[in-house]
Write a protein that binds this ligand. Structure first.
Ligand code: AMP
Ligand code: FE
Ligand code: FE
Ligand code: ZN
Length: 274
Protein backbone atom coordinates (compact mmCIF):
# COMPACT_ATOMS: atom_id res chain seq x y z
CA UNK A 1 0.00 0.00 0.00
CA UNK A 2 1.30 3.45 -0.97
CA UNK A 3 -0.23 6.20 1.19
CA UNK A 4 0.61 9.92 0.73
CA UNK A 5 -1.21 12.27 3.10
CA UNK A 6 -0.15 15.78 2.04
CA UNK A 7 -0.82 17.38 -1.38
CA UNK A 8 -1.89 20.78 -2.75
CA UNK A 9 -4.04 21.87 -5.68
CA UNK A 10 -4.96 25.16 -7.36
CA UNK A 11 -7.37 25.74 -4.46
CA UNK A 12 -4.23 26.97 -2.67
CA UNK A 13 -0.65 27.02 -3.98
CA UNK A 14 -0.48 23.77 -5.98
CA UNK A 15 -0.34 23.82 -9.78
CA UNK A 16 -2.94 21.18 -10.67
CA UNK A 17 -6.72 21.26 -10.21
CA UNK A 18 -7.99 18.86 -7.49
CA UNK A 19 -9.07 16.24 -10.06
CA UNK A 20 -5.71 16.53 -11.81
CA UNK A 21 -3.87 15.87 -8.54
CA UNK A 22 -5.95 12.71 -8.10
CA UNK A 23 -5.12 11.52 -11.63
CA UNK A 24 -1.42 12.15 -10.98
CA UNK A 25 -1.68 10.28 -7.69
CA UNK A 26 -3.16 7.26 -9.46
CA UNK A 27 -0.42 7.44 -12.12
CA UNK A 28 2.20 7.60 -9.35
CA UNK A 29 0.84 4.28 -8.08
CA UNK A 30 -0.64 5.63 -4.86
CA UNK A 31 -3.48 3.72 -3.18
CA UNK A 32 -4.59 6.43 -0.75
CA UNK A 33 -4.04 10.17 -1.06
CA UNK A 34 -5.06 13.19 1.01
CA UNK A 35 -5.76 16.62 -0.48
CA UNK A 36 -4.55 19.17 2.09
CA UNK A 37 -4.84 22.64 0.62
CA UNK A 38 -3.87 25.56 2.85
CA UNK A 39 -6.82 26.86 4.89
CA UNK A 40 -9.55 25.62 2.55
CA UNK A 41 -11.81 22.62 1.92
CA UNK A 42 -12.88 23.85 -1.54
CA UNK A 43 -11.11 21.06 -3.43
CA UNK A 44 -12.67 18.13 -1.54
CA UNK A 45 -15.73 17.54 -3.68
CA UNK A 46 -13.94 17.55 -7.02
CA UNK A 47 -11.07 15.44 -5.69
CA UNK A 48 -13.35 12.91 -4.00
CA UNK A 49 -15.38 12.41 -7.19
CA UNK A 50 -12.28 11.89 -9.32
CA UNK A 51 -10.65 9.58 -6.75
CA UNK A 52 -13.83 7.54 -6.70
CA UNK A 53 -13.77 7.23 -10.47
CA UNK A 54 -10.12 6.10 -10.33
CA UNK A 55 -10.62 3.64 -7.46
CA UNK A 56 -8.22 5.68 -5.35
CA UNK A 57 -8.69 6.03 -1.58
CA UNK A 58 -9.32 9.70 -0.73
CA UNK A 59 -8.77 11.53 2.54
CA UNK A 60 -10.23 15.05 2.84
CA UNK A 61 -7.71 17.25 4.62
CA UNK A 62 -6.63 20.82 5.30
CA UNK A 63 -3.23 22.31 6.07
CA UNK A 64 -4.27 24.82 8.71
CA UNK A 65 -2.04 27.88 9.17
CA UNK A 66 -1.33 28.40 12.87
CA UNK A 67 1.30 29.92 15.16
CA UNK A 68 3.02 29.43 18.49
CA UNK A 69 3.80 32.99 19.60
CA UNK A 70 5.79 34.22 16.57
CA UNK A 71 6.63 30.81 15.07
CA UNK A 72 4.52 29.85 12.05
CA UNK A 73 3.14 26.30 12.20
CA UNK A 74 1.25 24.17 9.67
CA UNK A 75 -1.26 21.76 11.19
CA UNK A 76 -2.70 19.04 8.96
CA UNK A 77 -6.31 18.14 9.70
CA UNK A 78 -7.74 14.86 8.36
CA UNK A 79 -11.51 14.25 8.00
CA UNK A 80 -12.71 17.35 9.86
CA UNK A 81 -16.39 18.02 9.18
CA UNK A 82 -16.42 20.59 6.37
CA UNK A 83 -19.52 22.23 7.80
CA UNK A 84 -18.13 22.78 11.31
CA UNK A 85 -18.86 26.48 11.96
CA UNK A 86 -16.01 27.20 14.39
CA UNK A 87 -13.34 25.66 12.19
CA UNK A 88 -14.81 27.31 9.06
CA UNK A 89 -14.68 30.65 10.87
CA UNK A 90 -10.97 30.28 11.69
CA UNK A 91 -10.18 29.29 8.10
CA UNK A 92 -12.20 32.19 6.66
CA UNK A 93 -10.44 34.67 8.93
CA UNK A 94 -7.04 33.32 7.88
CA UNK A 95 -7.89 33.41 4.17
CA UNK A 96 -9.08 36.99 4.46
CA UNK A 97 -5.99 38.07 6.40
CA UNK A 98 -3.81 36.41 3.75
CA UNK A 99 -5.22 38.72 1.06
CA UNK A 100 -4.38 41.91 3.00
CA UNK A 101 -0.99 40.49 3.84
CA UNK A 102 -0.22 39.61 0.20
CA UNK A 103 -1.29 43.11 -0.87
CA UNK A 104 1.06 44.69 1.66
CA UNK A 105 3.91 42.44 0.53
CA UNK A 106 3.27 43.48 -3.07
CA UNK A 107 3.36 47.17 -2.04
CA UNK A 108 6.74 46.62 -0.39
CA UNK A 109 8.12 44.63 -3.31
CA UNK A 110 6.83 47.23 -5.80
CA UNK A 111 9.28 49.77 -4.36
CA UNK A 112 12.11 47.71 -5.87
CA UNK A 113 10.52 45.66 -8.68
CA UNK A 114 7.84 46.30 -11.29
CA UNK A 115 4.89 44.43 -9.79
CA UNK A 116 1.19 45.14 -9.29
CA UNK A 117 -1.54 43.44 -7.31
CA UNK A 118 -3.24 42.56 -10.61
CA UNK A 119 -0.18 40.44 -11.52
CA UNK A 120 -0.78 38.34 -8.41
CA UNK A 121 -4.53 38.08 -9.06
CA UNK A 122 -3.72 36.84 -12.58
CA UNK A 123 -1.57 34.05 -11.10
CA UNK A 124 -3.76 33.04 -8.17
CA UNK A 125 -6.77 32.64 -10.48
CA UNK A 126 -9.69 31.28 -8.51
CA UNK A 127 -7.59 29.98 -5.61
CA UNK A 128 -9.45 30.17 -2.30
CA UNK A 129 -6.19 30.77 -0.43
CA UNK A 130 -3.64 33.34 -1.61
CA UNK A 131 -0.02 32.80 -0.61
CA UNK A 132 3.54 33.80 -1.28
CA UNK A 133 3.82 31.23 -4.09
CA UNK A 134 1.32 33.31 -6.11
CA UNK A 135 3.48 36.41 -5.61
CA UNK A 136 6.44 34.29 -6.73
CA UNK A 137 4.57 33.21 -9.86
CA UNK A 138 3.71 36.86 -10.62
CA UNK A 139 7.38 37.85 -10.34
CA UNK A 140 8.40 34.98 -12.63
CA UNK A 141 5.70 36.06 -15.12
CA UNK A 142 7.14 39.59 -14.99
CA UNK A 143 10.54 38.14 -15.88
CA UNK A 144 12.28 39.13 -12.63
CA UNK A 145 13.23 35.55 -11.72
CA UNK A 146 13.27 32.11 -13.31
CA UNK A 147 11.44 30.02 -10.68
CA UNK A 148 9.34 30.08 -7.52
CA UNK A 149 12.33 28.88 -5.59
CA UNK A 150 14.53 31.76 -6.78
CA UNK A 151 11.90 34.30 -5.73
CA UNK A 152 11.66 32.68 -2.29
CA UNK A 153 15.42 32.89 -1.85
CA UNK A 154 15.75 36.49 -3.08
CA UNK A 155 12.49 38.16 -2.04
CA UNK A 156 9.95 36.11 -0.11
CA UNK A 157 11.95 34.43 2.66
CA UNK A 158 10.63 34.75 6.23
CA UNK A 159 13.58 36.96 7.14
CA UNK A 160 13.25 39.20 4.08
CA UNK A 161 12.37 42.88 4.47
CA UNK A 162 9.38 42.34 2.19
CA UNK A 163 7.91 39.68 4.47
CA UNK A 164 4.63 40.42 6.26
CA UNK A 165 2.89 38.20 8.82
CA UNK A 166 -0.80 37.33 8.68
CA UNK A 167 -3.37 36.32 11.26
CA UNK A 168 -3.35 32.64 12.13
CA UNK A 169 -4.87 30.92 15.17
CA UNK A 170 -2.72 29.85 18.10
CA UNK A 171 -1.66 26.26 17.46
CA UNK A 172 -3.36 24.91 20.61
CA UNK A 173 -6.58 26.59 19.51
CA UNK A 174 -6.16 25.06 16.05
CA UNK A 175 -5.69 21.54 17.47
CA UNK A 176 -8.78 21.89 19.66
CA UNK A 177 -10.87 23.29 16.78
CA UNK A 178 -9.82 20.41 14.51
CA UNK A 179 -10.72 17.84 17.20
CA UNK A 180 -14.02 19.58 17.91
CA UNK A 181 -14.80 19.24 14.19
CA UNK A 182 -14.15 15.50 14.38
CA UNK A 183 -10.78 15.82 12.63
CA UNK A 184 -7.40 14.27 13.35
CA UNK A 185 -4.56 16.83 13.74
CA UNK A 186 -1.03 16.02 12.53
CA UNK A 187 1.81 18.53 12.83
CA UNK A 188 3.15 19.18 9.28
CA UNK A 189 6.94 19.19 8.74
CA UNK A 190 7.65 20.09 12.40
CA UNK A 191 11.42 20.07 11.89
CA UNK A 192 11.69 22.06 8.67
CA UNK A 193 14.17 24.61 10.01
CA UNK A 194 15.20 25.91 6.57
CA UNK A 195 11.77 27.62 6.37
CA UNK A 196 12.17 29.49 9.62
CA UNK A 197 12.09 28.71 13.32
CA UNK A 198 10.88 25.33 14.56
CA UNK A 199 9.18 24.72 17.89
CA UNK A 200 11.05 23.05 20.76
CA UNK A 201 10.20 19.58 22.15
CA UNK A 202 8.23 21.21 24.99
CA UNK A 203 5.64 22.63 22.57
CA UNK A 204 5.13 19.22 20.95
CA UNK A 205 4.68 17.69 24.42
CA UNK A 206 2.09 20.35 25.23
CA UNK A 207 0.28 19.83 21.91
CA UNK A 208 0.16 16.08 22.53
CA UNK A 209 -1.77 16.83 25.73
CA UNK A 210 -4.08 19.21 23.83
CA UNK A 211 -5.11 16.52 21.32
CA UNK A 212 -2.39 16.32 18.68
CA UNK A 213 -2.55 12.91 16.98
CA UNK A 214 0.64 12.72 14.97
CA UNK A 215 3.86 14.13 13.59
CA UNK A 216 4.76 14.28 9.91
CA UNK A 217 8.22 12.81 10.51
CA UNK A 218 9.08 11.70 6.98
CA UNK A 219 9.19 14.85 4.84
CA UNK A 220 11.84 16.16 2.45
CA UNK A 221 12.42 19.30 4.52
CA UNK A 222 13.76 17.16 7.41
CA UNK A 223 17.41 16.22 7.59
CA UNK A 224 18.47 12.94 9.25
CA UNK A 225 18.86 14.54 12.68
CA UNK A 226 15.33 15.98 12.59
CA UNK A 227 13.88 12.62 11.52
CA UNK A 228 15.65 10.99 14.45
CA UNK A 229 14.52 13.69 16.90
CA UNK A 230 10.89 13.64 15.71
CA UNK A 231 10.63 9.85 15.59
CA UNK A 232 11.83 9.75 19.21
CA UNK A 233 9.37 12.49 20.20
CA UNK A 234 6.52 10.62 18.51
CA UNK A 235 7.44 7.48 20.43
CA UNK A 236 7.71 9.31 23.74
CA UNK A 237 4.31 11.01 23.43
CA UNK A 238 2.34 8.27 21.69
CA UNK A 239 2.05 10.28 18.48
CA UNK A 240 1.50 8.65 15.09
CA UNK A 241 4.43 8.90 12.65
CA UNK A 242 3.34 9.93 9.16
CA UNK A 243 5.24 10.59 5.95
CA UNK A 244 4.15 12.56 2.90
CA UNK A 245 5.30 14.32 -0.24
CA UNK A 246 3.79 17.81 0.28
CA UNK A 247 3.20 17.79 -3.48
CA UNK A 248 2.61 21.18 -5.18
CA UNK A 249 2.61 20.01 -8.83
CA UNK A 250 5.25 21.86 -10.86
CA UNK A 251 5.47 24.53 -8.14
CA UNK A 252 8.00 22.53 -6.13
CA UNK A 253 10.40 19.64 -6.76
CA UNK A 254 8.46 17.34 -4.37
CA UNK A 255 7.22 14.18 -6.16
CA UNK A 256 4.07 12.28 -5.21
CA UNK A 257 4.88 9.27 -3.05
CA UNK A 258 8.45 10.36 -2.29
CA UNK A 259 7.58 9.89 1.39
CA UNK A 260 4.85 7.54 2.54
CA UNK A 261 2.72 6.73 5.59
CA UNK A 262 2.61 3.11 6.77
CA UNK A 263 -0.64 1.14 6.78
CA UNK A 264 -0.41 0.82 10.58
CA UNK A 265 -0.04 4.59 10.99
CA UNK A 266 -2.91 5.20 8.58
CA UNK A 267 -5.17 2.82 10.49
CA UNK A 268 -4.22 4.55 13.74
CA UNK A 269 -5.31 7.88 12.22
CA UNK A 270 -8.58 6.38 10.98
CA UNK A 271 -9.27 5.05 14.48
CA UNK A 272 -9.13 8.59 15.87
CA UNK A 273 -11.60 9.99 13.35
CA UNK A 274 -14.68 11.17 15.27
P1 AMP B 1 2.55 31.44 2.79
O1 AMP B 1 1.62 30.36 3.28
O2 AMP B 1 1.86 32.44 1.96
O3 AMP B 1 3.36 32.06 3.89
O4 AMP B 1 3.59 30.72 1.84
C1 AMP B 1 4.22 29.54 2.26
C2 AMP B 1 4.14 28.51 1.16
O5 AMP B 1 5.15 28.77 0.23
C3 AMP B 1 4.39 27.09 1.67
O6 AMP B 1 3.18 26.39 1.78
C4 AMP B 1 5.22 26.45 0.60
O7 AMP B 1 4.43 25.57 -0.17
C5 AMP B 1 5.64 27.57 -0.31
N1 AMP B 1 7.11 27.65 -0.40
C6 AMP B 1 7.96 27.92 0.61
N2 AMP B 1 9.24 27.94 0.16
C7 AMP B 1 9.17 27.66 -1.17
C8 AMP B 1 10.15 27.51 -2.22
N3 AMP B 1 11.45 27.69 -1.97
N4 AMP B 1 9.71 27.20 -3.45
C9 AMP B 1 8.40 27.05 -3.70
N5 AMP B 1 7.43 27.17 -2.77
C10 AMP B 1 7.81 27.47 -1.52
FE1 FE C 1 2.24 25.35 0.14
FE1 FE D 1 3.33 23.35 4.94
ZN1 ZN E 1 1.91 21.70 2.44
Amino acid sequence: MRIDLHTHSTVSDGRGAPAQVMREAAEAGLDIVALTDHDSTDGWEEAAAEADRLGLGFVPGIEVSAKDRWVSIHMLAYWPRGDDAALAEILARTREARVGRARTMVERIAVDYALEWEDVVARSGDAATVGRPHIADAMVARGHFASRDEVFVEVLANRSRYYVHHYAPDVHEAVRAIRAAGGVPVFAHPGAHARGRVVPDSVIASLAKAGLAGLEVDHRDHDASQVERLAALAGRHGLIRTGSSDYHGTGKPNRLGENLTSVAAYEALVAQRA
